[in-house]
Design a protein around this ligand. Sequence first.
Ligand SMILES: [Zn+2]
Length: 208
Amino acid sequence: MIIHKTNFLMRALYPDFLWRIPTKEKEIYLTFDDGPIPEITEFVLEELAKFNAKATFFCIGDNIAKHQNVFQQVVNQGHTIGNHTFNHLKGWNTENGEYLKNFDLCQVEIDKNEIQNRRLFRPPYGRIKRNQAKEILKTHEIVMWDVLTADYDQNITQEQVLKKTLQHTEQGSIVLFHDSIKASRNMKYVLPRVLEHFSERDFVFKKL
Ligand SMILES: [Zn+2]
């Protein structure tokens, strides 16, 4: 079973991570992991632009290096960039030194193009050891999520992904999408509908 809504226990275990944004405004924070990927990330950018939406992209360093042009488009359109390691490492299975080196390598790729004041990191798979996080928190905020769209899951229908996402997203939610090949079938269906649904209800989409 996929847990679409991050539960209280998870948040209580890691209170120093960012799970949602406390706000009195009708705001939603869309995030896109694992890009930049040609065509797919570009699709996301076009959809966001239609709704005047800003978002946050947690990029894989290796993809930035391979797809500079796509990365530059994300930067030029004023979205926020976050670090997602260079090779999408799973913290639980990776020795600390290697993990932190890979995190640094991604940051080098980001900083070549764009120095951002706010430094954000999202651990791939949401899995990170406490002592890895402790090091990263010295320089970066660690951003998790409130709503998991599960767009990458091939076993659920586009309609189910959409329904769950609409059901769980609320004021201040951080919503996790993927601009990856694997997620693209579901994401391309769900994202335009989420943007439309909440825009019609006077929400704005903001970057972190
Ligand atoms: Zn990821």
